[in-house]
Design a protein around this ligand. Sequence first.
Ligand SMILES: CC(C)(COP(=O)(O)OP(=O)(O)OC[C@H]1O[C@@H](n2cnc3c(N)ncnc32)[C@H](O)[C@@H]1OP(=O)(O)O)[C@@H](O)C(=O)NCCC(=O)NCCS
Length: 246
Amino acid sequence: MWLDAPSSLSLSSGEVHVWRVSLEQPLEVQQGFLRTLDADEQTRASRFHFKKHRRRFIAGRGVLRSLLGRYLEVKPEEVRFAYGPYGKPALDAAHHAGALRFNASHSHELAVYAFAQDHDVGIDVEYIKEDFATQDIAERFFSKYEVQVLTALPREEQAAGFFRCWTRKEAYIKAIGSGLSHPLDQFDVTLAPNEPAALLRDHRDPEVATRYAMFNLDLPAGYVGALAVAGSGDRLVQFVAEQPFA
Ligand SMILES: CC(C)(COP(=O)(O)OP(=O)(O)OC[C@H]1O[C@@H](n2cnc3c(N)ncnc32)[C@H](O)[C@@H]1OP(=O)(O)O)[C@@H](O)C(=O)NCCC(=O)NCCS
């Protein structure tokens, strides 16, 4: 269940907060976000060819800075990022004390964010494009086990099964921060409609599945999303942000 965003934010150690925010924000909100971005983010924003993509990137980072600022009690523009070897953003430890971890994902008009103390998190949202969910792409990205499960689903279930699989795989590689350097066919996630979200096994490390919890995100029609949390992620709290976001 999604709750209205509270005005003050606190995160206890077993909790994971998940936020869902529209990337389509009014112009004045967008302009405010742009002012909070650092030089690297502004350079990235300027490289987008289409205005729509530029606008959504600015909103995605602007909302991330605003939320981090609220958790850390600093201004959004004071948030400093550091990047892992495969590009995973984290808080720069030289500027921010504490153990707040986060991850972000965006697709089409929606962004989702996960925040936790001490636990690594990975989150993924995808806007469903049925024509993308082909056997060819499944065979290219999914494990043998996942392709088998997907192929056995009734035809009308296949696109949803494909995107459950895709987002769960992305959430896991984003939690570990490896990006696509982790071979996608070397781990298996659930994808059948009657199975709870889970990482079943990672062939490179048989113990790892017991160390990650996985959750479905409850999203507006047309979107599928997943969250992976190192540890049990005991209490998942989901917020839908106010509109417009400020
Ligand atoms: C970059 C990647 C981590 C996710 O990319 P994506 O799904 O295209 O985009 P998302 O919107 O979900 O995530 C992007 C965000 O993830 C974060 N991110 C970037 N690198 C990351 C990494 N190595 N680990 C975790 N998070 C990362 C950033 O916050 C980024 O936001 P930004 O664009 O504002 O910088 C990576 O997995 C990738 O390139 N995926 C390509 C898609 C693919 O082939 N998937 C196969 C699935 S079976």
